[in-house]
Ligand binder design. Structure first.
Ligand SMILES: Nc1ncnc2c1ncn2[C@@H]1O[C@H](COP(=O)(O)OP(=O)(O)O)[C@@H](O)[C@H]1O
Ligand SMILES: [Mg+2]
Length: 259
């Protein structure tokens, strides 16, 4: 039996003023799989994420979500269909409580009318109650239930990163894109995020990860795709990829270029 990939990229590419930032990149992510995209700075990782999540319109190629062509749909339509992401730079609302941040994730999903909310109709009260219950369950899942009423800005960096994941989970994603979920985290926080990502994958979500912490990438990825200058130069399981001469050369080249 073959499993249909939840996410499939087919020849994805984009050019910025003559520079091929991403060129002809194809790969798939299945339910429960953790796929990481690695590559030196400027390789095209964030640009790839921006195309997948609808922030940039690809110049070439297709994005499929559970088989359906979703290329260049807007980020919020994609999110409603089950493609959710976190950002390299935190996008948490610092002055809202932890709970309110996760509840805000639920509102993306709603089609309910503003008028109904203003009139405080039973249906909108019910929705608000469901969102709060869902948000509390997610906070428990990411280990932040006891911080629910705290102002988000007062959390440690690792907790903020988990909060961001909880908010993305509010939309019950099929595919979760994580851009540097462990950036700025210490070893203990990174390990907590490891466990969280593994747990989310185990529940059947397809995870696509960009992360600089190579130890983390090697630990949790089922499959790794390597980009260099916008091109896919290798892919495979962690052991195979880490021994690939082209991959080693790309990283050494980047180190030499950096001084
Ligand atoms: N909006 C943009 N306009 C012009 N060039 C861009 C833009 N975004 C990214 N680039 C360029 O595309 C290349 C890939 O960048 P990026 O995707 O940020 O790399 P990475 O995330 O792998 O470090 C870089 O050369 C970068 O300067
Ligand atoms: Mg980047």
């Amino acid at each position: 039996m073959t499993t249909t990939p939840l996410l499939a990229l087919e020849g994805l590419g984009i050019t910025f003023g003559g520079l091929k930032a991403v060129n002809d990149v194809s790969f798939t992510v299945k339910p429960g799989e953790i796929v990481s995209v690695i590559g030196p700075n400027g390789a095209g990782k964030t640009t790839l994420f921006n195309m997948i999540s609808g922030i940039y319109t690809p110049g070439a190629g297709k994005v499929r979500l559970a088989g359906e062509d979703v290329t260049a749909l807007s980020p919020h339509l994609l999110a409603r269909r089950g493609m959710c992401r976190t950002f390299q730079n935190l996008q948490v609302f610092q002055t809202m409580t932890v709970l309110e941040n996760v509840i805000s994730g639920y509102h993306l999903q709603e089609s309910g009318s503003v008028l109904a909310d203003l009139l405080n109709l039973p249906a909108s009260r019910r929705r608000a109650k469901q969102a709060e219950e869902g948000a509390r369950a997610l906070l428990k899942r990411v280990g932040l239930d006891r911080a629910a009423e705290r102002e988000a800005g007062s959390l440690s960096y690792g907790s903020l990163k988990r909060l961001e994941i909880a908010r993305a989970m509010a939309l019950s994603p099929k595919v979760l894109l994580l851009d540097e979920p462990a950036a700025g985290c210490n070893a203990v926080e990174t390990e907590e995020i490891d466990h969280l990502i593994a747990e989310i994958a185990a529940s059947g979500v397809a995870i696509l990860l960009v992360e600089h912490d190579m130890k983390m990438v090697m630990r949790i990825s089922n499959h790794i795709v390597v980009l260099d200058h916008g091109e896919k130069i290798a892919e495979g399981d962690p052991a195979t990829v880490s021994q690939n001469p082209a991959v080693i050369a790309a990283y050494l080249g980047a180190e030499n270029a950096a001084g």
